[in-house]
Write a protein that binds this ligand. Structure first.
Ligand code: TMP
Ligand code: MG
Length: 297
């Protein structure tokens, strides 16, 4: 029976045979998809990272901006702030993705990066009413096939939790302008706190960076009622830190993790294959997640 099933899935999910798809245990992936299919859309939830997971890494050889980098617009911040944010990015991003350093070593450095950037942004007295224009003028771009992804989840009433260490207000504006901010979308992120005149004065709540998503997942679990009673999880991320985004799910049954490996490919390939169930190497599309969802919903 398994042999026939393997044959079946090979013909039904041809996307899994693309050479950009790496799997440690193809058999386990197939069995998990099969189990999720039997349980149906009513038992499924999708948890996804945002920057460089739902958004593209690059387009026409140019890096696509993260939510923080979308703020790099003269409507919002001055030249000096741009320069300082770039310097911080050049210092800390290589650390974030460094395969030779442990998460423990990276943790305090990520807190440092995010804290410094948020302080710089607060000094700029960013205006809430300018955010939407800055997103319009940016080259922010969701992955090819994003519309099928968001629309299918909405049609099937499958909750989508977007869990981002980026800036929540900017993230919301990106999905709103792409017309996919459907009612099934829930967001955990760093939200801006504006004073009564609409000027940025702080960031709300506990800071979320790339490697503390577990704490965020646990502290938000109770308030996300729509996600309860859905034990099957499709998780999408581009950082190893994203793997903890499902830690708040109570009594999970099947968790299938997909990792986008965008950068430092050779250095991180082995680590990613050992950590995610499916690794997508330099794949700027949602084709594989869409094919899997097409199978389950
Ligand atoms: P994510 O959780 O939605 O992927 O967002 C986190 C990403 O944001 C992370 O990969 C690093 C990136 N980032 C910037 O691009 N600029 C910044 O100033 C900061 C603090 C983070
Ligand atoms: Mg990311």
């Amino acid at each position: 029976v398994l042999a026939i099933w393997h044959q079946l899935i090979k013909t039904e999910i041809p996307e899994l045979s693309k050479c950009s798809v790496l799997m440690r245990e193809r058999g386990r992936v197939e069995e998990t998809i099969y189990a999720m299919q039997r349980a149906g859309a009513g038992n499924l939830q999708v948890i996804s990272d945002f920057d460089m997971t739902l958004t593209r890494f690059a387009h026409n050889g140019k890096r696509v901006p993260t939510t923080h980098n979308i703020l790099d617009n003269r409507l919002l911040i001055n030249e000096d702030c741009t320069k300082k944010m770039r310097e911080l990015m050049n210092t800390y991003y290589p650390i974030e993705i460094d395969a030779s350093r442990s998460v423990e070593e990276k943790l305090p450095l990520m807190v440092e990066w995010w804290t410094k950037v948020h302080e710089l942004l607060i000094q700029q007295r960013i205006r809430k009413d300018m955010l939407s224009q800055a997103v319009k003028e940016s080259s922010a771009m969701l992955r090819d096939g994003y519309k099928v992804f968001f629309d299918r989840l909405a049609e099937n009433q499958v909750p989508l939790l977007i869990f981002s260490a980026g800036v929540g207000d900017v993230l919301e504006e990106v999905i709103r302008q792409n017309r996919v901010f459907h009612p099934n979308v829930h967001i955990i992120s760093n939200y801006m706190d504006f004073d009564h005149t609409g000027i940025l004065q702080a960031f709300k709540g506990q800071l979320i960076h790339t490697f503390n998503k577990r704490e965020g997942a646990l502290s938000h679990a109770a308030c996300l009622r729509e996600l309860q009673g859905r034990p099957n999880v499709l998780l999408l991320g581009d950082s190893l830190g994203d793997l903890t985004m499902a830690d708040g799910v109570s009594e999970p049954q099947n968790i299938l993790t997909i990792g986008f490996l965008n950068d430092q490919v050779e250095e991180r390939k082995e680590l990613y294959v050992n950590s995610f169930d499916i690794v997508l190497v330099k794949d700027e599309t949602m084709d594989v997640p869409n094919a899997i969802l097409g199978h389950i919903t």
